[in-house]
Ligand binder design. Structure first.
Ligand code: S3P
Length: 428
């Protein structure tokens, strides 16, 4: 499906961000590993968390859905069943990587499959530590899904220095560790999103920038009622739209404010954005707040590598934002973007090119010549079936001087099914 986007004369209104994707995945996983019934409220309607639900159903967990409320009849750590069919992770890297840790830990033999995009993403990063923990893998070309996993012997605890600041990798190893009698420890020097350790209340030793997180059978997976906060990474599209559009005021209630996710908010503030952040409240283990963004005069900014993990999913829309800053902005140390649902540096560079922007693409980032008066050329953008690329192109198109379109626009359903409706709502 191609989506046409007409430039907006104003962007005004209230958008409640969709439920957080990362927390939705984890709530189903942890509720399944808890022995007893859990309720998850405001569960994501997006495709990725539903891939997690369907995998856990295949592992013998009864999961009921009533609108956005999910009831999980958790089977406990030792109650998962060997699935009769392949576990289909769809487009979801989080499902494949975290689930690999769980099935390897539990000693469940199974095969994890994914769509074309997921099958092209390396799983080497999780295969290495899980093999050290005693799991055996058969992977396509050694690195890619389909991933056949078995764990013939007992689980070997691991002390693992994270080679990349990835929450998926960290969580994978910690979830496998939950099945060991001796603690597994993960050492991180650059903090990535911490939903796993927060929700499971795992032990953390912290010494300056180094955090050692442990997991073992001793960690009870406690009953908790989950109420999923709004997804900051989805709200980011409207934060950008509000900041760059000449006539905008957008309210974003109940937005997740986990500090390991909100670097984009700090970046916007440093760029001089017109932002108001309401008082923070706690929603279970996670902080939330209401945010308002209005038309802003933006300064350029230099994003250095250590900032990247806490805004990794926001970098495509940050690149769009930088186009409207008054000067040259840079993103460096972001090579990891080439390993997402698509090569996001390539896809963003193509988008900027089509919009008529002045920029340079590097192996690990971008240099963007911004201008507050920049008017994107109307264009037909390729989404590469990547939800965050499609949404970034959608926001950029709102400022063009003619109708643009986004190819394969339905892919926003991966994380934000109502994205195009919300865009319409703001422009009416
Ligand atoms: C996620 C972690 C990030 C992020 C992804 C979701 C998670 O990936 O890009 O959208 O839920 O743990 P990496 O950990 O691979 O950077």
């Amino acid at each position: 499906m191609n989506r046409e986007i007409v430039p907006a004369t104003e962007l005004k209104g209230t958008i409640t961000p969709p439920p957080d994707k990362s927390i939705s995945h984890r709530s189903v996983m942890f509720a399944s590993l808890h022995e007893g019934v859990s309720t998850i409220k405001n569960f994501s309607a997006a495709a990725d968390p539903h891939s997690t639900i369907s995998c856990f159903r295949s592992l013998g967990v009864e999961i009921e859905e009533q609108g956005s409320t999910i009831t999980v009849h958790g089977v406990g750590r030792d109650g998962l069943e060997e699935p009769e069919e392949d576990l289909d992770c769809g487009n979801s890297g989080t499902t494949m990587r975290l689930l690999s840790g769980i099935v390897a830990g539990a000693g469940i033999s199974c095969t994890l499959v994914g769509d074309e995009s997921l099958s092209a993403r390396t799983m080497r990063r999780i295969i290495d530590p899980l093999e050290k923990m005693g799991a055996e893998f058969e992977a396509r070309q050694g690195d890619y899904a389909p991933l056949k996993i078995t764990r013939p012997g007992s689980l070997i605890p691991l002390r693992f220095d994270l080679p990349i600041p990835s929450a998926q990798l960290k969580s994978c190893v910690l979830l496998a560790g939950l099945f060991g009698n001796v603690p597994t420890r993960v050492i991180e020097t650059v903090q990535s999103r911490d939903h796993t350790e927060r929700l499971l209340k795992l032990g953390i030793q912290s010494d300056g920038n180094t955090r050692i997180i442990s997991s073992s059978r001793e960690d009870d997976i406690l009953e908790q009622s989950y109420n999923i906060p709004g997804d900051f990474s989805a709200a980011a599209f409207w934060l950008a739209a509000g900041a760059i559009h000449g006539n905008a005021e957008i309210h974003l209630p109940d937005t997740g404010m986990n500090p390991t996710r909100t670097a984009f908010l700090d970046i916007l503030q440093e760029m001089g954005a017109n932002l108001t952040i309401g008082e923070q409240r706690q929603e279970g283990a996670e902080p939330v707040a209401d945010i308002t963004i209005s038309t802003s005069k933006l300064k350029p900014i230099d994003i250095t590598p250590e900032r990247v993990p806490n805004c990794i999913d926001e970098l495509p829309i940050l690149a769009v934002t930088m186009l409207f800053a008054d000067g040259v902005s840079r993103i460096s140390g972001a090579e990891e973007l080439r390993h997402k649902e698509t090569d996001r540096l390539m896809a963003v560079a193509e988008m900027l090119e089509k919009a008529g922007a002045e920029f340079t693409e590097y192996k690990d980032g971008l240099e963007i010549h911004g201008n507050p008066d920049f008017i994107p050329e109307p264009a037909t953008y390729n989404s590469y079936h990547d939800h965050r690329i499609a949404m970034s192109a959608g926001v950029l198109s709102l400022l063009a001087d003619g109708t643009s379109s986004v190819k394969g626009a339905v892919c926003t359903a991966i994380s934000y099914p109502s994205f195009w409706d919300d865009l319409q709502l703001l422009t009416n």
